[in-house]
Design a protein around this ligand. Sequence first.
Ligand SMILES: Cc1cc2nc3c(=O)[nH]c(=O)nc-3n(C[C@H](O)[C@H](O)[C@H](O)COP(=O)(O)O)c2cc1C
Length: 356
Amino acid sequence: MTQLFTPVHIGRLALPNRLVMAPMTRSRSDDAGVPSDLVVAYYAQRASAGLIITEGVYPNAMGKGYVRTPGIENDAQVAAWKKVTEAVHARGGRIFMQLMHCGRISHPSLLPEGAQPLAPSAVKPAGQAWTGAGMQEFMIPQALDVAGIARIVYDYGLATRRAMAAGFDGVELHAASGYLPEQFLSSGSNNRTDEYGGSVAKRTRFVLEVLAAMVAEAGSDRVGIKISPEMGFNDIVDAAPQETYTTLVEQLREFKLAYLHVALFGTSTDYHALLRPRFDGAYLIGGGLDQTQAETLIAEGKADATVFGSAFLANPDLPERLRQGAALNTPDKNTFYSPGANGYTDYPALGANQAQ
Ligand SMILES: Cc1cc2nc3c(=O)[nH]c(=O)nc-3n(C[C@H](O)[C@H](O)[C@H](O)COP(=O)(O)O)c2cc1C
């Protein structure tokens, strides 16, 4: 059991181990999208990860999709995130910010006054949004016009600039889980007939433009992307996902990104076999992994690093626990998104030296 604890390079970073903390929404920020000091403590506790990827952060106010999620669109948010990066770096860690625009997976009560959720097309997702007033039906989103798309692309660039100003080591584009980028990628949510819809090459255009904007600000070796082919979450459907994702990943090549992060859930297609040969940067695999699976993926050279979500949530010192073969704390689903320290910063570390 040593493979997970060998160093690896991701972009310009040298990671001491192959254990990456997955992006996880925790809803501990205030209504203005400013992370609280608890957020600082939570990430600092987990600084022994090879790399932390933050929870999804909205690049502009129209990208918000859940209550108490954080943003990176103004100075107050930048200042709060700066405390997070400083605390993680002071403990020897590395941290990327995940940029997450929810698109149609939102609700007017979460958005600026009078705004409707935005999407590539006016296709309502099945399901409900999690708002300040409880669960509310999703609605028919407003289809973006080309100027609206350009504005969002620009805002991803600005958000990247702010993330770098806040001291992040890089940024990850959330193009998974049925949010705006995947809404463009997927035939079920994108029925546009302009240059952003129709053929696969047109459906990938939005993602490529956003990546170009992010790379222009951070440099290609400080940008990664997360995808989750066939996950189906948030009512996302694509008619030919193998074609969509192989095309996308081939198009990513020119960007020379730091990494491709692929989280698979319940698909019988071996996307890793399809996608890894098409990508030159670091390849990260996540989605329901246990230690044995992660060891095997690294040992067989199928991944450069492995991504753990709920295990990191419940175990601030996950790398040390895995190294020792120690028992793991069990994640408590009831406190995944609840306010306060309970189920957030109070999972115990091994021994008496729990980080604060
Ligand atoms: C509480 C919670 C919040 C999550 N929020 C996000 C998110 O903001 N962005 C994202 O890309 N994935 C999110 N995910 C998915 C995780 O990144 C990861 O893909 C998933 O948990 C599978 O890994 P695991 O089985 O190791 O937990 C979330 C998962 C959990 C448990």
